[in-house]
Ligand binder design. Structure first.
Ligand code: BES
Ligand code: MN
Ligand code: ZN
Length: 497
């Protein structure tokens, strides 16, 4: 889907569908007023019949509107004009996109993307219009033999700006958003793929393909390399699996060579049964999404490389399966991590932190500027923050604030949680330096506290995306989060507005 941004008068555009905004109370937006005038008052007349109130979420499709070059006109309710903020704008984009999905139009022109959103400027609207529409048009049906009736291929979308020329920043926002949407789609597809296809080797192959397409540095560490490095925690998790583990390294060097890289570490458990501490059977299929951290880190690399972002970033992905087996790690086993610290594995289902801790130690060799790990780490985080915000933990206040600001900008929300020393004692072990679990209270915090013990030499943050990386129920599927956040963070951190 190609996006463009153009200064134009909406009635003149030859397009499959012209999308106009209508405020609550059936008042026309500026673009709609211009179109209404050209139509000789036709649009206003339809509204006076009471067919569209302008309530947010409502739509009305008109055909053969006089004086309008477009084949159809889709009117979209925007809600109250004086309350038009970020949430209302994003909702209007979603409504427009789902309206467009049900049409035969091959191209569309959106005439409300330049409306003033409180606190925001045009580039923000552009980014959210593009990613919102791309999100609505994402499909995962490669494994269905009966494809749904072909979704009309909406090949091109024009964002019309009315009255003023499109700015350079808006053009750049458009390219940034298209690349971000490619990264989001990529992460979604990796997440949605079944665990018999999306194995550690498959993730490594996909990373290699990205490396070829975008000329990235690529390296993969095999089990024998992990053994040489002493990654006892990562190796403990993979023991029960027939699938060989991988540690994938992907390097994008778009900035000055001397600039220290951002290192993104993604949890890549391609299936989490819990191991010997076996999970209950209900909904266990969803543990295929336990590689969502890895998927989002790969998606972010794709986004950054696709837009040629002026910065250096490295993806580091420890990936394996967590399976029960005669050779699997037992509760009570003690292992030595790459850092030299010993861990008593009291619960084999707390495996994410085990693969991440060795990856964090390995990250030191890249002399990173900052390290951010992304993991579907704890069910407790879902209890704390639900499916709205990802949990944010950091050992650096400035980094924490930077991530929060990027998250607000990307509307990919996080909430900062404490990492106080007071919680560390929950990880006490009688037999090793620490246990890998801290009991039921504050489960997402003690998981982060465990990781913090391996990040002492780093400016580090941890994102627990257990509640945000995928949806359950009827809408089951990967969300692609937090690709929007990680991409925006990297750009802002590099000084791109
Ligand atoms: N992958 C899970 C976390 C998870 C659970 C994400 C449910 C989304 C939904 C993780 O490996 C896990 O099993 N964590 C345990 C930790 C516990 C044993 C301390 C959990 O959250 O129950
Ligand atoms: Mn687990
Ligand atoms: Zn897990």
């Amino acid at each position: 889907m190609e996006f463009s941004i153009k200064a134009l008068s909406p009635e003149k555009k030859k397009t499959g569908c012209l999308v106009l905004g209508v405020w609550q109370g059936a008042a026309l937006t500026r673009g709609a007023q211009i179109a209404d005038k050209a139509s000789g008052g036709h649009i206003g007349g339809v509204l006076r019949h009471g067919d569209l109130s302008g309530r947010s979420g409502s739509t009305l499709l008109l055909h053969s509107v006089p004086g309008i070059a477009a084949e159809r006109v889709l009117l979209v309710g925007l809600g109250e004009q004086k309350e038009f903020g970020e949430a209302a704008f994003r909702e209007a984009i979603r409504t427009a996109a789902s309206g467009l999905r049900n049409l035969g139009a091959r191209d569309a022109t959106l005439a409300f993307a330049d409306l003033k959103v409180a606190r925001r400027a045009l580039p923000w609207n552009v980014r959210h219009a593009v990613t919102g529409i791309r999100d609505a048009f994402y499909r995962f049906d490669s494994l269905k033999t009966q494809k749904k009736p072909p979704v009309p291929p909406l090949a091109a979308v024009t964002l019309a700006v009315i009255g003023a020329p499109a700015t350079m920043q808006a053009e750049r926002a458009l390219r940034e958003a298209s690349a971000t949407a490619d990264g989001i789609d990529f992460a979604k597809t990796l997440g949605n793929l079944p665990p018999n296809i999306c194995t550690p080797a498959y993730l490594a192959e996909e990373a290699k393909k990205l490396a070829r397409e975008f000329k990235l540095g690529y390296e993969v560490l095999e089990q024998r390399d992990m053994e040489k490095l002493g990654m006892g925690a990562l190796l403990a998790v993979t023991r029960g699996s027939r699938q060989p583990p991988k540690l994938i390294v992907l390097k994008y060097m778009g900035g000055p060579k001397k600039d220290k890289p951002i290192v993104y570490v993604g949890k890549g458990i391609t299936f989490d049964t819990g191991g010997i501490s076996l999970k209950p059977g209900a909904e266990m299929d969803e543990m295929k999404f336990d590689m969502s951290g890895a998927g989002s880190v790969l998606g972010t690399m794709r986004a950054l490389a696709g837009m040629r972002a002026p910065l250096n970033a490295i993806a580091l992905i420890p990936t394996c399966e967590n399976m029960p087996d005669g050779n699997a790690t037992r509760p009570g086993d003690i292992v030595t991590t790459m850092s030299g610290q010993t861990v008593e594995i009291l619960n084999t289902d707390a495996e994410g932190r085990l693969i991440l801790c060795d990856a964090l130690t390995y990250a030191e060799r890249f002399e990173p500027d900052v390290v951010i790990d992304v993991a579907t780490l704890t069910g407790a985080c879902v209890i704390a923050l639900g499916h709205v915000a990802s949990g944010l933990f950091s050992n650096d206040v400035k980094l924490c604030n930077e991530i929060s600001a990027a998250s607000d900008d990307a509307w990919d929300r996080v909430w900062a949680m404490p990492l106080w020393e007071d919680y560390q004692e929950q990880l006490r072990s009688n037999f090793a330096d620490m246990a890998n679990i801290g009991g039921r209270p504050a489960g997402s915090i003690t998981a982060a506290c465990y990781l913090a013990r391996f990040a002492k030499k780093l400016r580090w943050a941890h994102l627990d995306v257990a509640g945000t990386a995928w949806k359950s129920g009827r809408e089951k599927g990967s969300t692609g989060r937090p690709v929007p956040l990680l991409t925006r963070f990297a750009l802002r951190h590099a000084g791109v507005k």
